[in-house]
Design a protein around this ligand. Structure first.
Ligand SMILES: [Zn+2]
Length: 254
C-alpha cells in the first residue's frame, strides 16, 4: 500500500507542477508591454542560436577514440575477462560526479537481452564507457536504430558492435517458428528480423544462424538509416558483427 501510494504521488506531482509553471508563464507574457516582449524575443533568439551552435558543433565532433582503437579497447577488456583479470574501471563513487556533466561512451553495442551477456562485464568496461541497446535477438528494428543514431550523431561514437551469442533464445524461437508459427504480434515482429538468417541457413547449427543474424542486422541498420549510412560512407563509423561464447567467454568479431 505504501509503495503504491508513493508511486502514485511521484507520478502525478511533476505533471501538476509543470501545468502550474506553464500557466504562470502565459499570464506573465500577456501582461507585458511591447518593449518587454521584444527584449524577451531577442534573448530567446540568442538563446536558440547559442544552443543551436552547440548542437551543430556536437554533431560535427567525433569521439577521440577511433573505431580501430575502440575495437582494441574492447578486445583487451574481453581478454582480461577471459583470464579473470578484470579491472572494472570507472565505477567508483568519486567518479560519479563526472557522469553528471554528460556521457562520452566510445562504442555502441547492439546486444541481446539475455542476462548472461552483459557487455560492460564481458568487455571489462565501466559506467559511461559503452552505449548499450538491449533487445532479444540483437535486432535492428526502428527503436534500436533510433537509439544508435543518437549515439552516432550526437555523442560521436565511431564503432557499433552487433553482438550475437551462444544458445540465443530469440534465434531459437525464430528457428522453431519457421515458417509460419503465429506467436502473436510482438514476438512475430521480433522474429521477422531473425527469419532471414534462418532461411539462409536451413538445417545449420544455431551458432551459424546467430552469426548470420548479427551480420544481417548490421546490414539492416545500415540500409534503414540515412544517418548511419552517412557516417559509414564518410569513413567515420564501422559496424562490426560479433559472437559471444558462454564457455570460452570470448567475443569473436568478424
Ligand atoms: Zn539471445
Amino acid at each position: 500500500m505504501l509503495a503504491s501510494n508513493t508511486g502514485h504521488v511521484g507520478r502525478l506531482a511533476p505533471r501538476s507542477r509543470n501545468r502550474h509553471r506553464r500557466s504562470y508563464r502565459i499570464i506573465k507574457l500577456e501582461n507585458l508591454n511591447d518593449l518587454n516582449k521584444e527584449v524577451i524575443l531577442l534573448f530567446t533568439t540568442f538563446g536558440y542560436l547559442f544552443n543551436n551552435n552547440i548542437y551543430t558543433k556536437k554533431m560535427a565532433d567525433r569521439h577521440h577514440i577511433t573505431a580501430d582503437q575502440a575495437i582494441r579497447h574492447l578486445s583487451e577488456g574481453n581478454l582480461r575477462y577471459i583470464e579473470d583479470k578484470i579491472e572494472t574501471p570507472n565505477i567508483k563513487s568519486t567518479q560519479r560526479y563526472e557522469y553528471t556533466k554528460g556521457q562520452s561512451p566510445f562504442a555502441i553495442i547492439l546486444n541481446c537481452a539475455d542476462s548472461r551477456v552483459v557487455p560492460e562485464v564481458i568487455f571489462d568496461q565501466g559506467i559511461g564507457d559503452l552505449f548499450v541497446i538491449r533487445v532479444a535477438g540483437n535486432i535492428a528494428n526502428p527503436s534500436s536504430i533510433a537509439s544508435i543514431e543518437y549515439a552516432v550523431a550526437h555523442i560521436g561514437c565511431n564503432l557499433i558492435i552487433v553482438l550475437g551469442h551462444e544458445s540465443c533464445g530469440a534465434v531459437g524461437a525464430a528457428i522453431d517458428s519457421y515458417p509460419d508459427v503465429d506467436n502473436g504480434p510482438n514476438l512475430n515482429h521480433l522474429v521477422s528480423f531473425i527469419t532471414p538468417a534462418v532461411e539462409q541457413n536451413m538445417g545449420a547449427p544455431i551458432e551459424t544462424v546467430v552469426r548470420c543474424n548479427a551480420e544481417n542486422n548490421a546490414q539492416t541498420m545500415l540500409d534503414n538509416s540515412d544517418i548511419i549510412k552517412q557516417y559509414v560512407n564518410a569513413g567515420d563509423l564501422r559496424i562490426v558483427p560479433g559472437y559471444y561464447g558462454f564457455e570460452s567467454g570470448k567475443v569473436d568479431l568478424f
